[in-house]
Design a protein around this ligand. Structure first.
Ligand code: ATP
Length: 349
């Protein structure tokens, strides 16, 4: 499997180094034959090449079997391409899969849970991916601004299908999160399409929750949820909440998946407040890398890739139980030391 590794900005290089080490360790142990190639996007690319993403990097991404993208400083790239959006859109990575679970030995406020937020990734309130050219925010006068939210049947249908397919491999429960009471046309369409797809999966139990109430339910009883499907921005916000409820945003792994490509990417941003301090939790990207291996294994019917993904998840669990973790989840180790202990544990098992 050829992987393109792009470290990104802020804490990106620190956590990407750990994820790459974990991939090498698991490749040796399970004889996966992973081949990692590095390139740059974001600030480093801007400094070296005058642009945040070069066309050659997209070409390399298309040819690779998967991407590992560190967080990028989207907010800082006002007149430059946002690399995260760029790959999601150009590779049509429409499903953002964000699993979230608690771990034995890590105290949490809301009790143990295990859920997945399935978030649409290619349209919605994200102004940078809705239009053929230009953004979907308009400055009408210097004091009046409008943001448009694009919702299409095809994108609703395919994200709903991704959620129900996933639910069939889990506890067979899907919660549709929406705001169709107010956004009657757009979220009405999303809800319609989810309900249509639900009819094809009679074994799956379905419920519908309005997004604002969902925040209360997620905090009150996250254990009642299995797969949650929602539109782009709602999913982004909700999955930060569920990651933090599981112990830390630094445990939030995610996979951006399409029909032919997939990209491992932490659920969080570039965390400039802690960048370069060797304190960032690398498990978000390590767990994202595991999702990428599992995706590849399922598609190509390669059991060793699925076994490698499980081994990474179990090793995260073991590292947390042993306290070999970063300060955000109560540990005393730095990012590098956490990574070294993790790779050693993975190789020793
Ligand atoms: P960006 O502008 O790139 O989105 P941000 O700081 O606004 O960055 P996040 O990067 O998502 O947003 O960070 C939110 C908070 O969570 C910050 O306080 C950050 O330090 C913390 N955080 C994010 N990722 C991690 C991590 N891997 N380990 C520890 N703390 C993290």
């Amino acid at each position: 499997m050829n992987l393109l590794v792009l470290p990104g900005d802020g804490i990106g290089p620190e956590i990407t180094a750990v994820a790459a080490d974990a991939l090498r360790a698991v490749s040796d142990r399970f004889r996966l034959g992973l081949h990692l190639t590095d390139d740059v996007v974001g600030h480093e690319s801007l400094r070296r090449h005058g642009t945040t993403v070069r066309p050659e990097v997209l070409e390399a991404a298309r040819k690779a079997d998967g991407l590992v993208l560190g967080p990028t400083a989207a907010f800082e790239f006002r007149d430059q391409i946002n690399p995260s959006m760029f790959f999601r859109k150009n590779l049509d990575l429409f499903a953002n899969i964000r699993p979230c679970r608690t771990y034995p030995g890590l105290a949490v406020k809301a009790g143990a849970f295990d859920l997945v937020v399935v978030r649409e990734n290619t349209e919605g309130f994200y102004a940078d991916r809705n239009m053929e050219s230009g953004g979907s925010e308009i400055l009408v006068t210097k004091d009046v601004a409008i943001a448009m939210r694009r919702i299409t049947r095809v994108c609703c249908e395919r994200i709903a299908r991704a959620a129900f397919d996933l639910a069939m491999r889990r506890r067979k429960q899907v919660t549709i999160v929406h705001k169709a009471n107010v956004l009657k046309v757009t979220d009405g369409m999303f809800l319609d399409e989810c309900r249509k797809v639900a009819k094809e999966f009679p074994a799956v139990k379905v419920d519908e929750i309005i997004v604002d109430a969902m925040m209360a339910h997620a905090v009150r009883a996250p254990q009642r949820f299995d797969v949650i499907v929602t539109t782009n921005m709602f999913g982004d916000i909700l999955s930060d909440l569920t990651a933090e409820l599981s112990g830390s945003l630094g445990l939030g792994g995610s996979l951006n998946a399409g029909a032919d490509h997939a990209m491992a990417q932490a659920a969080h941003g570039s965390a400039p407040d802690i960048a370069g301090r060797n304190v960032a939790n690398p498990f978000s990207l390590v767990l994202s890398a595991a999702l990428l291996l599992a995706w590849h294994g399922r598609r190509k019917k390669l059991k060793e890739f699925e076994a490698a993904a499980s081994a990474i998840e179990q090793t995260v669990e073991a590292a947390i139980a042993a306290g070999e973790v970063t300060p955000d989840i109560g540990g005393k180790l730095g990012t590098r030391e956490t990574g070294a202990a993790f790779a050693a544990r993975l190789r020793a098992a």
